[in-house]
Design a protein around this ligand. Structure first.
Ligand code: M6R
Length: 615
C-alpha cells in the first residue's frame, strides 16, 4: 500500500525511480511523484493518476544523483497533486515520502503552525516533513554529529503510528535517509549507488543485495556506504541478504494482465509449492521450517488461523481440512478483529498467520499480539523475507512466485495446497492411516495437470462470463468445503468488476438472501460430488423456482438434472481434499472475463492496492 523508491549514486536517479515506481504501482496508484536534489533546491514533479502520467511529465528529465519518489494509495486527503508525495517542508529544506499513518499528526500540525510552518496538503506526511525541518533548523552544528540524521531521529521519536519513509535535505547532496516502523523498507546495495524501496520488486533491476530494515531502525545512505541505527541512536549490525527469485516472474511477458498471467501460472505455482515436500514413502508431507518437532505438534490441541481477505478464505478451507483429516479443532479469525479482542486461547493453541505479501499490517499486528501472549506462531507466506515470515517462530513458504495482480489468484490456490499438505502432515501424526495418506499424496500430485485441463476451458468460461457481465448483483453459493470458495468467488467478482456479489452457504439462502433472487440476480452454485451434493442441487432448484439464473460449477460425473443450470462448467473428478483448488479456477476465470467485458482495469481495480500496510 503506497510504494517508495529512493536513490543515491550515479546520474540516473529519475530513471531508477520511475522504473521502480512502475514495479510498485500495484501497491497504490492514485497519484505519484518524484523529488530530485539539484543545486537550485529540490525539484519536484507530481501527477494524479498512474505512473505513466508522471513519466510523461518528466520527459527526458530522468537524471539526478539523489532523489525520492512515491506512488500513493490515499489515506489522508483526496487524490490531488497537492496531496501526492513527495512533500516539502515549508522552509524548502526537507523532502519526504511516507507510507503508513501518523496518528498524532493533528497535534504536530498545531505545534508547527504556531512555530510559523505552513501546510499545502491535507496529509499527515506533511506534518512529519515540517517536523524534521523544525528539528533540523534547531539542531546545532556539532563536529562528528550528523545534523540531518539527528533531526530525522528526533522527529521519529514523536511519531505515534506507522511509517516507512525516505527523506532528503537541500543542504546534504550526498545523503539519503530512510526509516521504518510498521511499514516495510528495504535497502538495496549497488555499486556506487544505493537504493531504498518499500518492496524488493522495485530494486532488483539494480541490485540483488538487500538489507531488510526492522521496526524503529533508521538508515543513513551515501552513494557507497550505509549505516543503520535505531530511532534512539543505538547502532545496528546489518545482515545482507540475496534476493534469489527470478525477476522475470514479476514481468507481464506475453500476457495482457498480471491476473491472467497468474491464473495461468497455477499449474507451476502449485507444483512449486509441493516440490520436495513429500516423504519418501509417499504417505505424508514434510516441511523444513516449522521449528516444531512431532512431539510438540502432537501436543497442539487447537489451531487459530489469522488472516485478511482472500488469505482469510484460505484459512476457512484449512479449518475444514484440518478438522476433517487431523481432527484438531480450528478457529479462524479476521486478523483485524483478533488483534483488539480479548480472545481466550488455550495454552496449547498454535497460531498460524496466512499472508501472501507477509506485510499486511492487520495480520502482522495480530501475529505480534499472539506472540506477545506467548503463543507459538507459524506463517504461511509467499514473499520470502517479509516481515511476517521473519517475525513468526516458523513457517511454510508458498513458493508461488511474485503475485502482482491486486486480485489474489495463484497465491490463494497455493495457500490451499499448503493447508491441505499441513492437514495431511498433522493427520499422519495422529490418526490418519498410511493408506489414506498415500491416497491424499497421489491426489495432490495430480492437481497441476488437472488445473491445466480446467484452464483449457478458458474460451468457454469467457463465453459464459459475457452472458452475465451486465448484471449488477450475483450470489455465489456452496456447502461445506465449497462455502469458502463461494466467498472467494464473490470477493473476486466484486473487487475487479464492481458487481455486488455475496457468498453464502447454499442452505442459508432460505434464511434471508433468497429474497434477493430474481431474474436480475444470477447465482453461481459450487457443487462437488460428496455427501451434500444432492442438497446443493435442491438449493439450486429453489433459486430456479424463483426465476434466478443458475451457473453450475460442478465435478465431472455429477448428475445435474436437465434444465436446472443455465450454464455448466465442469472440473475433473478428484479427491475431496483438492476440490477447493480445482473449483477455484473457474471462478477466477469467470471474474476475470466479466471484468474485461465491463471494461474494468483488472490489475488495478479502483480504491484498492495490493498489500494493505495501513490499518
Ligand atoms: O498479502 P495478504 O495475503 O496478507 O493480503 C490479504 C488481503 O489484503 C488480500 O488477500 C486481498 O483481499 C486481495 N485483494 C484479494 O484478492
Amino acid at each position: 500500500m503506497c510504494g517508495i523508491v529512493g536513490y543515491i549514486g550515479r546520474d540516473r536517479a529519475g530513471s531508477v525511480m520511475v522504473d521502480g515506481l512502475k514495479r510498485l504501482e500495484y501497491r497504490g496508484y492514485d497519484s505519484s511523484g518524484v523529488a530530485v536534489w539539484t543545486e537550485e533546491g529540490i525539484k519536484q514533479t507530481k501527477r494524479t493518476g498512474r505512473v505513466a502520467e508522471l513519466e510523461a511529465a518528466l520527459g527526458d528529465d530522468l537524471g539526478g544523483t539523489l532523489g525520492i519518489s512515491h506512488t500513493r494509495w490515499a489515506t489522508h486527503g483526496d487524490v490531488t497533486e497537492a496531496n501526492a508525495h513527495p512533500h516539502t517542508s515549508s522552509d524548502g529544506k526537507i523532502a519526504l515520502v511516507h507510507n503508513g499513518v501518523i496518528e498524532n499528526y493533528v497535534g504536530m500540525k498545531t505545534f508547527l503552525t504556531e512555530k510559523g510552518y505552513t501546510f499545502q496538503s491535507q496529509t499527515d506526511t506533511e506534518a512529519l516533513c515540517n517536523l524534521i525541518a523544525y528539528h533540523y533548523a534547531k539542531e546545532p552544528e556539532v563536529a562528528g554529529k550528523n545534523r540531518f540524521l539527528e533531526s530525522v531521529r528526533k522527529s521519529l521519536r514523536h511519531v505515534e503510528g506507522t511509517y516507512g519513509i525516505a527523506a532528503l535535505c537541500t543542504d546534504c547532496p550526498g545523503e539519503l535517509i530512510g526509516a521504518r516502523k510498521g511499514s516495510p523498507l528495504i535497502l538495496g546495495l549497488g555499486e556506487g549507488e544505493n537504493i531504498l524501496a518499500s518492496d524488493a520488486n522495485a530494486l532488483t533491476h539494480c541490485t540483488r543485495n538487500v538489507v531488510y530494515l526492522e521496526d524503529n531502525e533508521v538508515v543513513h545512505l551515501t552513494d557507497d556506504d550505509f549505516s543503520i541505527t535505531t530511532v534512539s541512536s543505538k547502532s545496528v549490525e546489518a545482515v545482507i541478504h540475496q534476493v534469489d527469485w527470478d525477476t522475470s516472474e514479476a514481468e507481464l511477458g506475453d500476457y495482457d494482465h498480471f491476473m491472467q498471467k497468474e491464473i495461468f501460472e497455477q499449474p507451476t505455482s502449485l507444483e512449486n509449492g509441493m516440490r520436495g515436500r513429500f516423504s519418501d514413502d509417499g504417505s505424508t508431507a514434510v516441511f523444513g521450517g516449522l521449528n516444531l518437532n512431532s512431539q510438540e505438534l502432537r501436543q497442539v490441541d487447537r489451531i487459530l488461523f489469522l488472516a485478511c481477505g482472500t488469505a482469510w478464505h484460505s484459512c476457512l478451507v484449512a479449518e475444514y481440512l484440518i478438522e476433517r483429516f487431523a481432527r484438531i479443532p480450528v478457529e479462524v479469525e479476521y486478523a483485524s478483529e483478533f488483534r483488539y479482542r480479548n480472545a481466550p486461547l488455550d495454552k496449547n493453541t498454535l497460531v498460524i498467520a496466512i499472508s501472501q505479501s507477509g506485510e499486511t499490517i492487520d495480520t502482522l499486528g495480530a501475529l505480534r499480539e499472539a506472540k506477545r501472549k506467548g503463543y507459538r506462531t507459524l506463517a504461511i507466506n509467499n514473499s520470502v523475507g517479509s516481515t511476517i515470515a521473519r517475525e513468526s517462530d516458523g513457517g511454510i513458504y508458498q513458493h508461488a512466485g511474485p503475485e502482482i495482480g491486486v486480485a489474489s489468484t495463484k497465491a490463494f490456490t497455493s495457500q490451499i495446497m499448503i493447508c491441505a499438505m499441513l492437514a495431511l502432515y498433522l493427520g499422519r501424526l495422529r490418526d490418519l492411516s498410511y493408506g489414506d495418506g498415500v491416497a491424499i499424496v497421489k491426489a495432490l500430485k495430480k492437481v497441476p495437470a488437472q488445473v491445466e485441463e480446467i484452464l483449457k476451458q478458458n474460451e468457454k468460461i469467457a463465453t459464459v462470463a459475457k452472458k452475465y457481465a451486465s448484471y449488477e448483483d450475483c450470489l455465489f453459493l456452496g456447502r461445506q468445503l465449497m462455502f469458502p470458495i463461494a466467498l472467494e468467488g464473490a470477493l473476486k467478482l466484486k473487487e475487479i468488476s464492481y458487481i455486488h456479489a455475496e457468498g453464502y452457504p447454499a442452505a442459508e439462502m432460505k434464511h434471508g438472501p433468497i429474497a434477493l433472487i430474481s431474474e436480475d440476480c444470477p447465482s453461481v452454485f459450487l457443487a462437488t460430488s460428496g455427501e451434500v451434493f444432492s442438497k446443493s442441487l435442491a438449493n439450486a432448484q429453489e433459486v430456479k423456482a424463483r426465476k434466478g439464473k443458475v451457473i453450475c460449477i460442478a465435478s465431472e460425473g455429477c448428475d445435474i438434472p436437465e434444465g436446472l443450470a443455465d450454464d455448466t462448467i465442469l472440473v475433473p473428478e478428484c479427491h475431496e481434499i483438492v476440490q477447493p483448488i480445482l473449483m477455484t479456477i473457474p471462478i477466477q476465470l469467470f471474474s476475470y472475463h466479466v471484468a474485461l467485458e465491463r471494461g474494468c482495469d483488472v490489475d488495478k481495480p479502483r480504491n484498492l492496492a495490493k498489500s494493505v500496510t495501513v490499518e
